[in-house]
Design a protein around this ligand. Structure first.
Ligand code: ZN
Length: 203
């Protein structure tokens, strides 16, 4: 297999990238100057060394030292609320909006509507463990902040059902974002005002 084909195959693992786009990426790189390609290769090689996954919220963050928790899990957050979002970019949107001061949990995906093994698509087990641990730390509310589209709705219902027995037992309320988030909206594309509104109207 040529280098062109093997690199194209590597690109095809990216979300939403098919054969033709993967090939276009390879030819794009071939047309660039060597400095750009070297820098890109170095950035990729350094990524896994410098960025680690938080054992509390499961988001990726720049390694700080020996600890395994990110800055949001360690300090500056109110441990009474836990916001469950689908992915890292959703976390970034909510952070940027400045409308929420609690802690986070990154679910790691959504569940396709016809999925046969829903639990395999998200960090459900980790979430249950996190909630159990959070109870001792004063956790009183879990906010399910998922996108307002069919997969987001399906995932929210699934998580709600899976989480309710434990939450009830621990006296924790589960809320979902208000309809300020219009139908079809992905959380990561919501502006600050919309997010603030959706949070205020949660229930
Ligand atoms: Zn964290």
């Amino acid at each position: 297999m040529s280098n062109i084909d093997s690199l194209a195959q590597a690109f095809m693992k990216f979300p939403g990238i098919g054969t033709r786009q993967a090939k276009r990426f390879v030819y794009f790189l071939l047309s660039q100057d060597p400095y750009y390609v070297d820098t890109l290769a170095r950035e990729i090689a350094a990524l896994k060394k410098n960025i680690v996954q938080c054992t509390g919220c499961f988001r990726f963050y720049p390694r700080l030292g020996e600890g395994t928790l990110c800055n949001v899990c360690i300090d500056d957050a109110d441990s009474a609320t836990l916001m469950v979002v689908e992915k890292d970019t959703d976390f970034e949107s909510v952070r940027r909006s400045g409308s929420y001061a609690g802690r986070y949990f990154i679910l790691g995906g959504t569940i396709p509507v016809l999925e046969k093994d829903p639990a395999s698509k998200i960090r459900l087990h980790e979430l249950l463990t996190r909630v159990e641990g959070g109870a001792a730390d004063g956790l009183s509310e879990i906010i399910l902040a998922l996108s307002a589209n069919p997969e987001g709705d399906f995932t929210r219902d699934y998580v709600l059902k899976a989480l309710t027995p434990l939450a009830t037992q621990l006296g924790i309320t589960i809320t979902t974002l208000g309809r300020g988030l219009s139908t079809g909206t992905e959380l990561e594309y919501s502006d600050g005002d919309t997010l603030r509104h959706a949070l205020k109207n949660r229930g």
